[in-house]
Design a protein around this ligand. Sequence first.
Ligand SMILES: CC(C)(COP(=O)(O)OP(=O)(O)OC[C@H]1O[C@@H](n2cnc3c(N)ncnc32)[C@H](O)[C@@H]1OP(=O)(O)O)[C@@H](O)C(=O)NCCC(=O)NCCS
Length: 237
Amino acid sequence: MISELTWDSRLFNRKIGELKIVSESSLQIEAAIRKAKTDGFKYIICRIQSPQTMLINKLSSLGFYISDIGVIWTGKIDKLLYGISKNSIEGKFIKEATNKDLPTLIAMVKSLFIDSRFYSDPFFSKLEADNLYQTWIKNSVKNRIADVVFFIPNKGLVTCKKSTSNIGEIVLIGVKNEYRGKGIGTNLMQEALKWFKKQNVNLMSVRTQLKNVDAMNFYAKSGFYIQSYDILFAQIL
Ligand SMILES: CC(C)(COP(=O)(O)OP(=O)(O)OC[C@H]1O[C@@H](n2cnc3c(N)ncnc32)[C@H](O)[C@@H]1OP(=O)(O)O)[C@@H](O)C(=O)NCCC(=O)NCCS
């Protein structure tokens, strides 16, 4: 029922696992948590798509807390490209990132994604959250976890990944605080959509945190609509 998230364990230097609910029986979930403790896990997560109240209450009573509520947005690429109107002059400074841009990008992501669970979940320190995003951007540019990264030096970035042959995912999009609200996010989104279109993608997907009101408004304004939501429960063992 619990499998190790080896990449996470390695990065955070503590054994981290994911509980997949196969049965909603409290006894079975409790047994899985006990086994996780004996197996040396320090932290477990459990991600549930659009959960019912009963299951939320059950997981809370078994020691889980809500670490994150995600909203999954979707949209047809042609409609999204057609719908984007806002633009800024910054668009012409967008570049495709290569290894030599890593120092700039690493400096840019520090504390950029402050609304993510890694900055609010008590299991992680701020330093670890910063390190996660710095590793994340490094792996994205090296094409391990993204297909392409576009950025405007010292202002903003977007990472794009084809999750299937026709579904494109915006994994990270961020604009530095002082440059927000000037159309740069829209420029980066537009660049990403154009790239996906060239890759024959016809459907887009992006996940954000419910509490990230700026991003929620941004995706709504960009023409996405809400497909579903998930709740990520966590437990420190
Ligand atoms: C989400 C984000 C990328 C938007 O970038 P941006 O450059 O500020 O966005 P734009 O200027 O292109 O704004 C486009 C639209 O988004 C909405 N929006 C952006 N910021 C908003 C805010 N603070 N409050 C309300 N709506 C906002 C608006 O509808 C805006 O259009 P309008 O100005 O015509 O009303 C930026 O806020 C950000 O970097 N946030 C931190 C990182 C993050 O959380 N990323 C998302 C993680 S998935």
